[in-house]
Design a protein around this ligand. Sequence first.
Ligand SMILES: Cc1ncc(COP(=O)(O)O)c(C=O)c1O
Length: 400
Amino acid sequence: MELRISEKAKSISPSPTLAIDSKFKQMKQQGIPVVGFGAGEPDFDTPDNIKEAGITAIQENFTRYTPASGTIDLKRAICCKVKADTGLEYTTDNVIVCNGGKHALTNTFMAILNPGDEVIIPAPYWVSYPEMVKMADGVPVYIDTKEEDDFKFSIAQLKAACTEKTRALVLNTPSNPTGMVYNEEELKAIAEFAVAHQIYIIFDEIYEKLIYEGKHVNIATLNDEARKLTIIINGMAKTYAMTGWRIGYAVAEAPIIKAMSNIQSHATSNPNSIAQRASVEAINGDQSIIDVMKQEYVKRRDYMVERINSIDGLSCRVPHGAFYIFMNVKEVLNKEHYGKMIRTASDLCEDILERALVAMVPSEGFGIDGYVRLSYATSMEVIQTGLDRIEAYLQGKCTK
Ligand SMILES: Cc1ncc(COP(=O)(O)O)c(C=O)c1O
């Protein structure tokens, strides 16, 4: 019997980053000495004060349903955090707490899109955006950006992509996968465009605290009209090394938040009560972990950028935020390596994983060819070993 799967489900491709990560973990489990640059998660532990808040929540039996859209305490903490960071005043009616930033995004698309509505997504993009838009019956429309433009799009490109069906633009700064950061002037121009065309700005700032040069600017601060159109997406995962706790949030105009809350109330109910308590501590408590992580990330980044640019055939730009290097591998493609034709970044990643035991994410899943994403949310030791192996592979020194 053929099991029936919906057309919508068939159109959704699995997350390539999670696929690489699970292959890497499987190889590791089999005792293969593989090293990984694939994971999009901090290698730091969740800080003790946050863990303790979670433990106390359990001991105090804070283990029941909370309001579906999140606890008032956490929403208040989020409002205070946003006010402190941006000066913007929001009330708890402007906030929804979700099961991760990913869930905040899927709720957003479900709340704002009608079938056939278009969402502009600059490429390279984080792998999940197009699939999320499709899940909400929307149509992703891509803007291709170039390395020589720092992977940033122009207003002319935005104009060309915009139609009367355009409902939203996704903006991710600092960016996964490129690490690029939009500056105030660029954001101002984008905000003005969004206001002129009345399109939502889905402002994914999940890496906002991991910024090494320049500063993060929230687009909602740039004009009041833009604020009304902005749906801020953020979460605990990257800033506080809390990937497994699954808490993210959205901040936007109250009717949008209400629609998202209605959807969430039927789909998942509240996010985990214990993780919500821990998130209050994350936001209100000691913030020193952020600087500790940043200092470590910047050391790793600098080492990687220098090393990669010294390897024949590889190059990369300096990423200013997040924890990814987007490495240009075009020079080593369409060539034979170890007697085998390597045409694409996927071919290369597969061969390097097999022969050199290094896991990396090829760029096809990010909507661009010829690049490989390396996460530096991993130890310096792993970084050194991994780059040594990649260099040896490219010099034909692998024995496999
Ligand atoms: C750009 C971007 N947005 C959102 C998320 C969602 O993070 P989470 O669902 O773990 O909060 C991620 C995670 O990798 C990301 O890279």
